[in-house]
Design a protein around this ligand. Sequence first.
Ligand code: HOZ
Length: 436
Amino acid sequence: MQSDSRDSKPLVRSLDLQRRAEQYFPGGVNSPVRAFRAVGGNPPFVARAEGAYLFDAEGNRCLDLFGSWGPMILGHAFPPVVEAVREAAGRGTSFGASHASEANLAELVRRCFPSVQKMRFVSSGTEACMSAIRLARGFTGRNFVVKFEGCYHGHADALLVKAGSGVATLGIPGSAGVPAETAQHTLALPYNDLPAVEAAFAAHPARIACILVEPVVGNAGTIPPAPGFLEGLRRIATEQGALLVLDEVMTGFRLSLGGAQQIYGIKPDLTTLGKILGGGLPCGAFGGRADVMDRLAPLGPVYQAGTLSGNPLAMAAGIATLAHLIAHEGEIYPQLERTTRGIAEGVADLAREAGVPLTANRVGSMFTWFFTAGPVTDFASASASDTASFARFHRRMLQSGVWLPPSQFEAAFVGAAHGAAEVEQVLEAARAALAL
Ligand code: HOZ
């Protein structure tokens, strides 16, 4: 890490903090992948963050390539966001009642996502996906849900089936505590496999409520949709009277202002959002067709609620973030594309020179270096990666001050605060780290 020397100071204070945390939290963490079990070594504790950098408890400065797992597209402590949150906090931190900023943020969301005619704010991506499938089931009167292996839609019981993210990282076959009865209506199919989707609908005629999909997978590492895959899902859902639900928690406002649905030209029935939506504060949303959304209570019979939904601080951070992205769309997205290409493809070139089998999958500013010759097109091919080599690479990069997501099965994220200097920093660190 960069303080005075190229290598980091040893994580003595972080280790103390980790031991203390282990007395209070299982594994010392509040979300499993943060424990670094898949890559080994001790997780640095963050003291503060600014722009493209995290500063750990030892005073090391680390280049952040996971961006709080997606939200930090404008960089850490982005001044307009900090100011908006400060101002909002002065007016009260939670009301449990309606206030004008909710519709102000909703207006920006609908401008970016025209398919989202109506929406509801929640506090996380998990809640957004869990609520979206309840709504799809309530609207269609059907029970089955199609999802894809390696896709992760939060930790609701019915969706923890062949899930990616931490479940894949820790090799958990299916979470303990999820009754088989709860998961029996979840059909997990291979991603990018339209015949498997056709076969599922043939096997369960008029019983599938929705197809839920990450339009670009981020939670098995980054996997782009094959040409025609998303179009095929749209066609099948329409033909079969099921809803198409795009989980854009990661891709929304990131791949473009209008997410993956804008770049691939797909109009879903429902969309789930999170991460960037809340500008780094806890916030999610699900929304889409007005006739579907109006089935929610208090207008309809599908129940969903939340004390902190539409929280004023989250609304303020989201408005400041989206307003900035909208105002600077023309500069920010091309810059993200350039910077991320430089990082992802630059390291892939170095790996080729070093004779290290590595596949760089990238869409816009999300990417993954899979330690396999590839191609990586679904969870099975992602799982062929050499996770021990990834772990070694991760530790070496961190030693040189570059903090990657601590799992082969998570996407890396680049933000607008990353520039040419950061591309160089990653390439220099990778040159050393790839001497595997
Ligand atoms: N597995 C989560 C992202 N896909 C990690 C969230 C976190 O640890 O903050």
